[in-house]
Design a protein around this ligand. Sequence first.
Ligand code: NAP
Length: 433
Amino acid sequence: MSINVAVIGAGPSGFYTVDALLKDDKDVRVDIIERLPTPFGLIRGGVAPDHQTTKKVARVYEKTALRDGVGYYGNVEVGRDVTMAELREMYDAIVLAVGAPRDRKLGIPGEDKAGVFGSADFVGWYNGHPDFTDLQPDLNTGTVVVIGQGNVAVDVARVLVKTPEEMTDTDIADHAADAIKASPITDVYMVGRRGPIEAKFTNVELREMGKLDDCQPVIDATQLPDQVEGEWSDRDKRLKDRNLATMKEFPDVDPAGKSKRVHFTFYAKPIEILGGDKVEGIRLEHTRVEDGRSVGTGEFFDIECGLVIPAIGYFSDPFPGVPFDADNGIVVHDEGRVSDGVYAVGWIKRGPTGVIGTNKPDGDIAATQIFEDIAEGTKPGREALEALLAERNVRCLTYQDWQTIDAAEVAAAKLGAPRRKFVTIDTMIAALD
Ligand code: NAP
């Protein structure tokens, strides 16, 4: 009998797992169970709307979704529509590929003030993720502080300062495009607790900051060392050399005609978010780097701002029915094995690091483990799932339903844009009716 596998989550790690399971002509059927009506996880909801080339990988996932033996159950939430215990009865193996959708907390006073939005929420908002459509960040401020110097911080800063013309060929949600266009934002501070060499952004993303139509990258050249010092792997050293060279070019970017600035603010760690109920500023402490760590100098400074966006990394939600490592924000597992017949891949396994392709080996490992652990299927798989969802009147979407939604979004696109996103689950489903 076929081995029946349920992959929970239709993001990159989920699709790479499906692909790996189908690679060797084994007798396997794979069902993808996805909470949203739409597939592709961070490709749709996380990758910046102006990085359309990155989003093209979804075409590869589509081929996987349409292969024989693959089922897609969209708009089905484990824990709400079906429990983990029920899935264990139905499937020989279950793979958790649910990512890390929450923001890590800064853990400083004032973090709960209005006007502080973690990057997971803020990025979800501008990407039209239905969970964040109603976020309504108040962008009526001249200055925004983004905390962190990873690629997400760069994405957020860039999306806030690009001109509407620069965003024409993107799939930014209408509500976000309108709010950013109407906002008086002129200055975005991107604050790192360590220095330019330790910053986590990669070079392509950094270089984009020097090529914006209406924004000047501001950097204190005296903070840039002559060369990259310290112990780095060859790969990291090459990246850091390139980043340093790019940052050295920033003071030469012609400011003429540019009305906005992104300030690369190094050696500054957040101490307190200032204001009453609403953010009015942020207090930072100057730092120096000792043995790679950021150490406060005891000197403080404030930046007045109306919006603070911590982009300091993500965290997984505890997943119902499996043990959770709350300190690290990942599921408890042994090299990906969670418990009998349950496996983890992607960010819920490894934590929120790496690029999209980093998920591929996770899928290979999970498939290998599944075939090592399970010689033959004994459970009914999709027929049982379909019967249960029908009994519960769950409005479950097929991959063809997603293709209908996709076509409707593409058909509604404004001139030059790839699509116009539906931003609520109701409107997505209404497109089918
Ligand atoms: P990240 O690369 O880990 O960067 C997090 C940043 O937050 C770092 O600068 C970190 O500083 C800082 N930080 C963490 N805790 C902090 C604290 N308590 N106070 C102040 N600063 C703090 O994470 P990310 O930007 O969320 O990105 C997640 C992953 O997705 C990364 O692997 C990234 O490369 C990837 N990604 C890639 C792209 C792309 O390829 N275009 C786009 C988006 C995301 P320290 O270094 O000092 O810890």
